[in-house]
Design a protein around this ligand. Sequence first.
Ligand code: AMP
Length: 300
Amino acid sequence: MSTELPITTPDFKELGLIDPIMRAISDAGYTTPTPIQLKAIPQVLGGGDLMGAAQTGTGKTAGFTLPILQLLTQKQAAGSTVGRPRCLMLTPTRELAAQIEESVKTYGKYLPLKSMVIFGGVNINPQTSRLKKPLDILVATPGRLLDHVGQRNVDLSGVEILVLDEADRMLDMGFIRDIKKILALLPKHRQNLLFSATFSDEIKSLADGLLHNPGFVEVARRNTASELVEQTVHLVSQSHKRDLMSHLIKHHDWKQVLIFTRTKHGANRLAEKLVKDNIQAAAIHGNKSQGARTKALAQF
Ligand code: AMP
């Protein structure tokens, strides 16, 4: 007799999201929250600051957008105000800004909240006109936002929630001074969310100055190679592959190299070739004894 444990898949319902948001999620065709959503949504709903180590592709946007929509809905005292957003989402690029605002509109379609996106490289006038209408959520790139601040088109003194998305890329692109200028315009008391794929000292110091007792959520990107790994392809004929491998290792002075081959025989031949060229190497595969495999791994 076999006893089967019931399989419980996490459900959006358990996250305590309100009905208009649940309906939008269902319209989008999502049935199960992603890991970052499971972790981030309750923490953001709780009102605390959050530091998220997550890349695009993990469902991170919904992870912060869904609870923010809910908080803004629940805290909405008066209606939306002209040119005075309650939530500011800063992103490094116009593509990302546009994408995030798309998500805000998608997930907020059954809510009365108003959003808009601001980025540079396009005519400023349509943005200025849009800022003369009621607004709750502003998604922006830092430079163009400061242009609007300079022209007094936007008032950041009502921001209750700040999101810094892809903070590492913003710093890489030289936005740190702009970000600091923007931070100085925000009310002291607010909720802060910072997302970054990497955590350099610069990011840590930004986070230290920004976040108060933050929660921390971390997820790896799904099914993609790490951005930290450089990948190259060499197109060479079969007969030159072993020579090239040997040359690359010597030329770059690589100290620890893991090589995958298509066949067991190919692994043996490559290892022999490398040893002949005075490169310490061993092959492991299913035809080797466990002892030989353990020894090869230990030497590695
Ligand atoms: P992001 O990492 O926020 O850029 O999201 C990556 C993609 O995943 C987007 O196309 C989303 O529409 C999609 N997505 C986000 N959350 C879910 C979910 N819970 N189920 C299925 N797809 C999702």
